[in-house]
Design a protein around this ligand. Structure first.
Ligand code: ZN
Length: 184
């Protein structure tokens, strides 16, 4: 059974890899990324979706280009381009998914830090209202005070610790609570 691959657009690939092309007639030209040169002999034919270098002789299609340019195996090239083995372009290749998770985690760190700072600011304001421990009970603030230590602890993790520890906290705060609710 022959595998049919949906090839990515060759011009998109060049722009993604940061290779600037100059249009001259029907073709586009660039300084060859595979050999050193001062005048462009790397020619791209957008109609045929192919490239050929008149200097070093390299030629091929978008997939060949990425394979050589990134020094990847054919299989890894397909993964890099987000093409699965059945020829479909995956909507969510693993690398994209990983990047999304990291982005989400970073965003959480930022938001949670803000949240903790705000909570601690409120705790400090309460300080001025509370004179005795009875006041805490009366004003219903004891829980906030207990949490204050937790807030401070979490904030110190976010400010000082390595990503791995932060990530554990992220899981605990975001998913640990949910598990606890499920158990009840
Ligand atoms: Zn060349």
């Amino acid at each position: 059974m022959e595998m049919v691959i949906k090839k990515p657009d060759i011009l998109e690939i060049f722009s993604k890899e940061g290779i600037s092309l100059q249009q001259r007639g029907r073709y586009l030209w660039a300084l060859c990324p595979f050999h050193s040169e001062k005048t462009p002999s790397f020619c791209v034919n957008p109609e045929k979706q192919s490239f050929k270098c008149y200097g070093c002789g390299k030629y091929g299609d978008a997939i060949d280009f990425v394979q050589h340019y990134k020094s990847l195996s054919f299989k890894d090239t397909l993964v890099y381009l987000g093409i699965s083995s059945n020829g479909q372009t995956k909507t969510n290749p693993p690398e994209t998914r990983r990047r999304e998770l990291i982005e989400k985690f970073k965003e959480w760190c930022c938001n949670y830090t803000k949240y903790l700072c705000e909570r601690l600011r409120v705790c400090n304001q309460i300080d001025s209202l509370v004179k005795t421990s009875d006041d805490l009970e009366i004003k219903g603030l004891s829980e906030m005070y207990l949490l204050r230590d937790v807030y401070q602890y979490h904030l110190s993790i976010l400010n000082n610790r390595e990503d791995e520890t932060k990530f554990k906290l992220y899981e605990e705060v975001c998913y640990g609570n949910r598990n606890r609710e499920n158990r009840i």
